[in-house]
Design a protein around this ligand. Structure first.
Ligand SMILES: [Zn+2]
Length: 469
């Protein structure tokens, strides 16, 4: 065996298809051995007894430094990804917004350069296709971006006023092109005409409190868009991924298509698995809970958990945007003006561990699938990322299942004073995070430096993709 730099000893290791108390040997940036290493010597040995050892979390949905609805988070890539690492995530798949007139490749490279300067975890992106003025240019841009190593794209079916909404024909063309190129289209599925139409009606009638955000975009507004998206997926054959799915019905619609073997996938978010629309009142508090799709009912929460556990939902993304309280307050008067989104990258893995594994009996294998492995398989990072196996990057997280942790903003590390989980506390928290063989977090202390994260080129493999369940 080659010389070992690091041994993770005696932890409960969640491997591909097995869970066992064993050791992991690391040489350089790679895992080189999984199994007993009783007699091996190494530069450093980490005693992982009593800890659960998982492949580093992969967050398929973050928005670091996103300028949106007139607000830009104060949190920079370094602060945001340090918090992600503390919370057990070692790779993020962010979004690169396309400015009008900018090529997709330029948008992608610009954002990856910024991440390269500051990110402390590995990263890739999905360009947001939002300039539809020249579709020939979009088609060329998709090819260039894929050649650069980014196979995922994002389109919105809503946000007409921002000029981001892709209509059915645009969606069709993008998906047909993705099929041709072997990419994947990720879709924000809400029907923009009805959802934003109803928002305008409420505002016109003076109904401006946060609760009307939920009423303007009931479950059917999302379900309708999902139905449209999967139908176009079937016509075009495109690999399709529904982001932040929030309703009890949405993943059931997609499941019918998955049963027929179509490459369609569903992501949900921690907030849809924990919070309800009761947070909208009183309005002074409700302003902090504006996100799209809106928070739903208890029945939706339990249906989403069941979907996650049985395999109708494949991934959990944070949809992290680190707006601060004052950025929400600044636009408080009318619910349609309040910047949508809130922080969550740090708490994604711990919330799924506590609410899923501890409270709902989710298996450790399934937990790892939804916080890491499936995102790697779907977005072309597997088996370099998302699995504990020889040859894979030594991205490892040790979870202490007994460590209690408050979810108050003051006890978290994201670059904001807002926590939508204020007052809650959970059990189970990462005690160590390792990125490519290097210990970057120990007991919530960050040990690395900005810029140690690397851009990971991705390519989707058909067989691996279909193994994401
Ligand atoms: Zn998002």
């Amino acid at each position: 065996m080659s010389r070992l730099d690091l041994v993770i000893s005696g932890g409960t290791v969640v491997g591909p298809g097995w869970v066992a108390e064993t050791d992991i040997g690391v040489s350089g940036e790679k895992i080189v051995h999984v199994g007993s290493l009783a007699s091996a010597s190494a530069e450093k040995i980490v005693d992982a007894r009593g800890k659960i050892v998982i492949p580093g979390g992969i967050d398929p949905h973050t928005h670091y430094e996103l300028y949106f609805m007139g607000a830009k988070p104060k949190e920079t890539w370094d602060i945001g990804t340090i918090a992600s690492a503390i919370g057990g995530t070692t790779t993020t798949i962010d979004f690169a917004p396309q400015e009008k007139g900018e090529s997709l490749l330029a948008a992608t490279k610009k954002q990856m350069a910024r991440a390269g300067q500051l990110s402390v975890i590995d990263f890739t992106t999905k360009p947001i296709i939002s300039d539809f003025s020249d579709m020939g240019r979009v088609m060329r841009g998709m090819k260039e971006t894929m050649e650069y190593g980014v196979p995922g794209f994002k389109v919105f079916m809503i946000y007409r006023h921002q000029g981001w909404m892709a209509d059915d024909w645009i969606l069709f063309q993008v998906m047909r092109r993705a099929k041709e190129l072997g990419g994947i289209v990720t879709i924000h599925a809400e029907n923009g005409f009805i959802g934003e139409g109803m928002q305008e009606e409420f505002v016109r009638d003076g109904k401006v409190e946060p609760r009307y955000h939920g009423q303007a975009k009931p479950n059917l507004v999302e379900n309708l868009a999902i139905q449209m998206a999967v139908n176009i997926a079937e016509i075009t054959g495109a690999r399709t991924y529904i982001v932040h799915q929030s309703t009890r019905e949405g993943h059931e619609i997609v499941a019918q298509y998955r049963l027929r073997g179509l490459p369609v996938f569903v992501e949900t978010c921690p907030h849809y698995l924990v919070l309800t629309d009761e947070t909208f009142d009183p309005p002074e508090r409700g302003i902090y809970y504006m996100c799209s799709p809106p928070l739903r009912k208890k029945e939706d929460i339990e249906a989403l958990w069941s979907g996650l556990i049985v395999g109708k939902i494949q991934t959990v993304g944070s949809d992290h945007v680190a707006f601060t309280k004052s950025q929400k307050e600044e636009f408080a008067g009318v619910f349609t003006k309040i910047p949508n989104g809130f922080p969550g990258s740090e708490v994604r893995v711990p919330i799924i561990f506590y609410e899923g594994v501890i409270r709902r009996g989710m298996s450790l294998a399934r937990f790892v699938d939804v916080v890491s492995t499936n995102a790697a398989k779907i977005f072309g990072l597997y088996p370099r990322k998302g699995v504990i196996a020889p040859g894979s990057d030594a991205d490892l997280v040790l979870i202490d299942p007994n460590r209690e942790h408050s979810l108050n903003a003051e006890n978290l590390h994201m670059g904001t004073d807002l926590s939508v989980y204020e007052g809650m506390s959970i059990k189970g928290w990462p005690s160590m995070t390792i990125l490519r063989g290097r210990i970057i977090v120990e007991n919530e202390q960050f040990l690395g430096k900005p810029g140690i994260g690397k851009f990971v080129k991705a390519q989707i493999d058909e067989q691996i993709l279909h193994s994401a369940r």
